[in-house]
Every structure is written in C-alpha cells, then in structure tokens.
Design a protein. Structure first.
Length: 241
C-alpha cells in the first residue's frame, strides 16, 4: 500500500445510465495542497461525496491512511481525520455561530466545556471571533463559508476537503480566503480543494487534478496543467467549431 494519506484506485460512480465519476485514480500525501478543477458537470462534487461517505462507489477502492473506507459512514470517516465543507453552505440557521462550530467539535470533544473551547479557538482561526453570539442566519455569504471551514476544523481533521469556498465572493473576500487556506497549510493540514477560478488555483495549489465528464484528463504541477491545451479546451470548448 502507498504512503499516501488518501488513495483512490479506479473509483467509479454510476447513477442508472449516467457515469458521474469514471475510473478515477489518484493519491494525496500528507501536507499536500491539491486542487481538483474541471467544467460544470465534471463530477467534482460527486467525487467529494464519494470520499466523505454521502455516496458509495459503484466500483473501485478508496483508502484513507491505509484503511479501505468504501463502506464507512461519514461520521466514521470524520473520526479517521477527514473533514469537509459543502458547495452550498449548510449552517444550522437557528443556532449561534459558536453552537454551529461546537456541533463539529463534539466529534472528538464530547464534554461541553471542551467543545466550546475548541469551537472558540477554531472561530478565531477563521476570523469569526467577533460573531460568536449571533445566529448563523445573520451571517454574510463570506462569513458562512468561514463558518463551514471552522466547523470542519473543529472536528480535528488531518485532511480537509474544501468545495468551492470562494464561489460568490468579491476579490477582497477571495484574498482573505486564500490567506486562510495558506495558514491552514502552514499548520500542517492536507487540503483537497475544488475551485473554478484558475487564477486562484495558481495562487495556492501545488498539484492539480482535472476532471471532465467524470474522467481524469490531466494531473501534475499547477503551472504545467493550467497551461495545457487539453485543459483549456475542457474549460472553453473548441472555438474553431
């Protein structure tokens, strides 16, 4: 078995006649920052759902830290060190910001005081210390995305999957989120990031994996992959037609 923290071998997901993820294989080592890119409908979020247990693969194998996790529930995968955010933010709107993050902290901090202390620390990490007492429904989109990151961090993960955490943000908010991603990497977290903005991907990704119609069409260092004609065509189409 490889020394990768996350390893996929021939992972496929079929929905009746639709193949959403088609024979995808790759590895992510501890401490890496890897970006998954591709046009809309490429299968990126489906792949994340396969990794975190919302879906199970039709074929193939997913290993986390050397353990086969195909049949594990999402909470069991979280206990093994896998955290995530969602493309559409899912805060518990009637709870406070602090209570939202405590929900994540309870995974490994069952005591109330310990969970609260962990949640406050993670909210400071993502820049929401001044918002702990308000309801999540009052947050801006940028703050909701930070809240999702904070809740994932409170689960004490080794690896975090970030699903388009910069979608819908203005340039200042994007710069702020890039800074947060860099800080998370500096503290040793492994990051797998779905992102559409290729300029943003260049700013933090060490390696890029490209999906198109469920198939991995390219993988390698960011500068080389983002300049690839095949990747550009997948995003822009063939303008000669």
């Amino acid at each position: 078995m490889s020394d990768a923290f996350l390893s996929l071998q021939g992972v496929t997901k079929r929905f009746l006649g639709l193949v959403a993820v088609d024979n995808v294989s790759f590895e992510v080592k501890r401490g890496e920052v890897v970006s998954i890119i591709g046009p809309n409908g490429a299968g990126k979020t489906t792949l994340f759902n396969l990794l975190t247990g919302q879906l199970r693969p039709t074929d193939g194998a997913i290993h986390l830290n050397g353990q086969l996790i195909n049949s594990l529930r999402p909470d069991a995968r979280a206990k093994l060190g896998l955290g995530r955010t969602f493309q559409v933010t899912k805060p518990l709107l009637s709870l406070t910001v602090l209570e939202n993050v405590m929900v994540g902290a309870f995974l490994k901090h069952p005591g109330l005081k310990e969970a609260e202390a962990c949640a406050r620390e993670m909210l400071a990490e993502v820049g929401l210390s001044q918002r702990v007492g308000i309801r999540a429904s009052e947050l801006t989109l940028s703050e909701r995305r930070k809240l999702e990151v904070g809740r994932a961090l409170a689960m004490d993960p080794t690896m975090v999957l970030l699903d388009e955490v910069m979608a819908g943000l203005n340039q200042s908010e994007v710069d702020d989120m890039i800074g947060l991603i860099r800080r998370l990497h500096q503290r040793g977290l492994t990051l797998l990031i779905i992102e559409h903005n290729l300029k943003v991907v260049r700013s933090f990704a060490e390696r890029v994996i490209v999906l198109d119609r469920g198939v991995k069409i390219a993988e390698g260092k960011a500068d080389a992959i983002l300049s690839s004609p095949e990747v550009i065509k997948a995003y822009l189409g063939d303008r000669r037609k």
